[in-house]
Design a binder for this molecule. Structure first.
Ligand code: FEO
Length: 405
């Protein structure tokens, strides 16, 4: 097991989790827990650790550079277990080693681990740590991803270690963006942003502004998941700005589930109208026990750059189908209304009694910050030819509306 050198004296020493397929409801093709070793003339520091059970990978890669017992300092950018899970073992191996983190992280660590013997050192924005011809600068970044988070910047090499920000959930043998490929790396970053960062979008813009105000150059971005941005650092920053603003295409994402095919017929007619009206269309039947379908974590990545979202469900026992209810719960949590450019949409579905699902969906879409526009429709049992035509026309009208924005 070898470390990967990013710059003179700076190494990736992380762990690859090839087998992880679900991380609190986010489907992923494995991931990496990136840790970094920075070797200064006087001190050597380890930035972040890994999920519990992956310590041997981290320590093995450190050992390809130096004896792990020679680590002088640990930087803990974030307390979430995928980055701090290795700390108990490594802190025990290095008694008294200073662990630099934010004040909130000190409280968080105490709720996760027995920190009685940990030498935690609180740092604030602008404070520095001199490693000997290598200087680390700390920047608190609350809510990117949790209240405790911070970024660390290596001034001489202009490398930013922003932990979760700019990360991607992907397991690969490639360590750099240009090795994985720009579009593939940005695609994984987009899904990561859609599933984890949307509700934090205003903070992203503020933090990027603060980083800009510091006047620091960034040559490389080394996040805590996925590949390191060395060729496309500017591209991922630009993408984060655009995603945070909600910059979207003339595109609609249609998400639904169906009981006996009626809501499916409505979805297809809506899609035909939107396509004929000139929109890019993604049709996403929700994954459940019967259909392969689409997973909600992929659907929200499609939604991120869509100007419109349509959600459909038949009424089941006066409620939306559980699959759709699950999606709506996820959507409310992500709050796409926090993106600067708002999305529009409406609800649709069939029923065999007195209906109700469509109003519930529209209510949840509003709670998520989506502007519900004219077009919602609920049909009795199967949509007849006139109702299918009405769906088609609603798709056309949506296209007209979206293309005007
Ligand atoms: Fe990758 Fe917030 O943890």
């Amino acid at each position: 097991m070898k470390a990967t050198e990013l710059a003179q004296g700076v190494y990736w020493v992380g762990a690859i989790d090839w087998n992880l397929r679900d991380y609190h409801g986010y489907t992923l093709p494995g991931t990496t827990y990136n840790a970094y070793l920075v070797v200064g003339e006087e001190k050597t520091t380890l930035i972040d650790t890994c999920y519990p059970g992956f310590e041997d990978q981290v320590l093995g890669r450190v050992a390809s550079v130096i004896d792990p017992k020679k680590i002088d300092v640990i930087i803990a950018n974030h307390i979430e277990v995928d980055h701090s899970g290795g700390l108990p073992k490594i802190a025990k191996m290095l008694p008294g080693v200073p662990i630099y983190c934010t004040e909130v992280a000190v409280k968080g660590f105490a709720r996760h681990y027995n920190t009685k013997d940990w030498n935690l050192k609180v740092v604030k924005t602008g404070e520095t740590l001199d490693l000997g011809k290598k200087t680390l600068v700390f920047l608190e970044a609350p809510m990117l991803h949790w209240p405790d988070s911070m970024f660390t910047y290596l001034a001489e090499e202009k490398i930013l270690f922003p932990n979760d920000a700019f990360g991607q959930h992907v397991a690969s043998s490639e360590r750099f963006d240009d090795e994985l490929g720009k579009d593939v790396a940005l695609g994984h970053a987009k899904k990561f942003f859609a599933n984890l960062i949307i509700p934090l979008a205003p903070k992203v813009l503020k933090k990027l502004g603060e980083v800009g105000d510091l006047g620091i150059g960034i040559r490389m971005i080394a996040p805590s998941h996925g590949v390191i941005w060395r060729s496309y650092a500017a591209d991922i920053v630009t993408s984060y700005v655009e995603w945070s603003k909600g910059v979207s295409k003339d595109k609609v994402t249609i998400v639904y589930d169906t009981m006996h095919g009626s809501t499916d017929m409505m979805a297809k007619a809506l899609a035909d109208g939107a396509m004929d009206g000139g929109l890019e269309v993604k049709v996403c039947l929700l994954k459940d026990g019967r259909y392969e379908g689409c997973h909600r974590s992929d659907i929200v990545a499609e939604m991120l750059d869509s100007k419109a979202l349509l959600v459909g469900s038949p009424t089941l026992e006066d409620e939306v189908l559980p699959t759709v209810a699950g999606f709506l719960s996820y959507l409310r949590g992500l709050r796409p209304g926090r993106l600067a450019e708002k999305k529009v949409g409406f609800a649709f579905g069939s029923h065999g009694g007195h209906g109700g699902a469509v109003d519930q969906i529209a209510g949840d879409m509003k709670k998520a910050g989506i502007e519900v526009i004219d077009g919602s429709m609920e049909v009795y049992f199967r949509p007849d030819a006139d109702e299918r035509e009405a769906c088609y026309r609603a798709g056309l009208a949506l296209a007209e509306r979206v293309k005007r924005v």
